[in-house]
Write a protein that binds this ligand. Structure first.
Ligand SMILES: Cc1cc2nc3c(=O)[nH]c(=O)nc-3n(C[C@H](O)[C@H](O)[C@H](O)COP(=O)(O)O)c2cc1C
Length: 397
């Protein structure tokens, strides 16, 4: 049937259209997500992953994509979202919607933050700088990794006005650790994220098989060892770095020590049990990130989403974030309904970077935000405050 009357505009875009990156001065990145000859443009995070797989050298893709052990927990992180179903409410006026919220007192345009991931320059020349600019444009928080391939100061300078947090690995050299914290404070970072799930690095077969090492020119810019050490066959350069440089003796007492170093709000990243959440609340940290490091640490641990309810119950006044397997707007909806204040995404940003640099990250964030906006509308939620526990129930068996 032929359409009649006034043409209806196609659904969306919900956010204003992006200028083509290639047309922007000083941003020499390929037009991200532009359809390669004969290929449809990427419309999902999985599409971006497929593009990244085509573009990246094998060892870089494997480092980004892989998990530890049999990668069971990695798969579970995704599967867990399928164990919950949504209970949408109908006949709600959702013509005016707002995804904005706050995290640690900072306003964000939507409750999707960028998780810390190491060595982003393996994905694209600008690496963390591109991610910082894209996050600034999108209106969300970037968390910079200790083992980033750009410095704390370079990332701050790339997007000076944007809110950003610094992720800390405690090193055996406590002087170096203190220095990292002080540099983050001086460079205007507004949150400290202490990763607590990595006393040693998980065993990652892909990296051992590839004898993973940083490619030429990509190093750990913030810490003494600028490049990952060469290792014997069957070992990984990153594992060797963590073994020799990072401190496996960190305890709750060190949390107190860290708090004595600065006044930044403190988030513990990598909590998976009510017991640890209760201690975190008792020592009055500001936030807890429920995370199994994207399935990269202890294989066999619970999926992050499955751990979320017990952590939320025990977390007192702490804000709670969730990461691991978030790929769709409906995932964000489920996590928030189960009590998270916001989610973080790791790999999706790396796929965006590899597919198209800064513009690729911008498009990935935009895609996730649009997906959440549509999911909220159809579920009958106008604001983040409307997302409540009633919105989910366990999937029928
Ligand atoms: C390639 C890669 C590097 C990572 N590097 C760090 C890191 O340096 N510090 C950290 O706390 N977490 C790190 N993570 C874990 C992420 O912060 C986050 O917990 C995880 O990626 C979330 O899962 P997702 O990738 O499924 O979104 C890394 C994850 C990946 C995939």
């Amino acid at each position: 049937m032929k359409p009649t009357g006034t043409p209806v505009p196609p659904e969306g875009p919900i956010l204003p259209p992006e200028p083509d990156a290639a047309a922007r001065p000083g941003r020499a990145v390929p037009a991200a997500g532009a359809a390669a000859a004969g290929k449809p443009p990427p419309v999902s995070i999985d599409d971006y992953e497929a593009m990244a797989r085509e573009r990246l050298p094998r060892s870089a893709f494997d480092y980004y994509a892989g998990g530890s052990g049999e990668e069971w927990t990695l798969r579970e992180n995704r599967e867990a979202f399928h164990r919950w179903v949504l209970r949408p409410r109908v006949l709600v006026d959702v013509s005016d919607r707002d995804m904005s919220t706050t995290v640690l007192g900072t306003s964000v345009a939507f409750p999707i933050l960028v998780a810390p991931t190491a060595m982003q320059r393996m994905a694209e020349r600008e690496g963390e700088l591109a991610t910082a600019r894209a996050c600034a444009d999108a209106g969300t928080v970037m968390v910079l990794s200790t083992i980033a391939s750009a410095t704390i100061e370079e990332v701050a300078a790339a997007a000076p006005e944007a809110p950003r947090w610094f992720q800390l690995y405690v090193h055996r050299d406590r002087g170096l650790t203190q220095d990292l914290v002080e540099r983050a404070v001086a460079a205007g970072y507004s949150g400290l994220v202490l990763t607590v799930d990595t006393p040693v690095l998980g065993i990652r077969d892909r990296d051992s098989r590839n004898r993973f090492a940083s490619p030429p020119g990509v190093g750990l810019s913030n810490v003494g060892a600028r490049f990952l050490p060469e290792v014997e066959p069957g070992d990984s350069g990153l594992a060797a770095y963590v073994r020799t440089m990072q401190d496996p003796s960190v305890t709750w007492e060190d949390v107190e020590w860290l708090r004595s170093l600065c006044d930044l709000p403190l988030v513990l990243k990598g909590v998976l049990t009510a017991e640890d959440a209760a201690i975190a609340a008792e020592v009055e940290v500001d936030g807890i990130a429920v995370s199994n490091h994207g399935g990269r640490q202890l294989d066999g641990t619970i999926a992050a989403l499955d751990a979320l309810p017990e952590v939320v119950d025990a977390s007192g006044p702490c804000e709670v974030y969730l990461d691991g397997g978030v790929r769709r707007g409906s995932d964000v909806l489920k996590a928030l309904a189960l009590g998270a204040n916001a989610v973080m995404v790791g790999r999706p940003v790396l796929w965006g970077l590899a597919a198209g640099g800064e513009d690729g990250v911008r498009r990935v964030l935009r895609l996730l935000a649009q997906d959440l906006d549509v999911a909220m509308a159809i579920a009958g939620c106008r604001t983040i405050g409307d997302i409540s526990a009633d919105l989910v129930r366990p999937a029928p068996r």
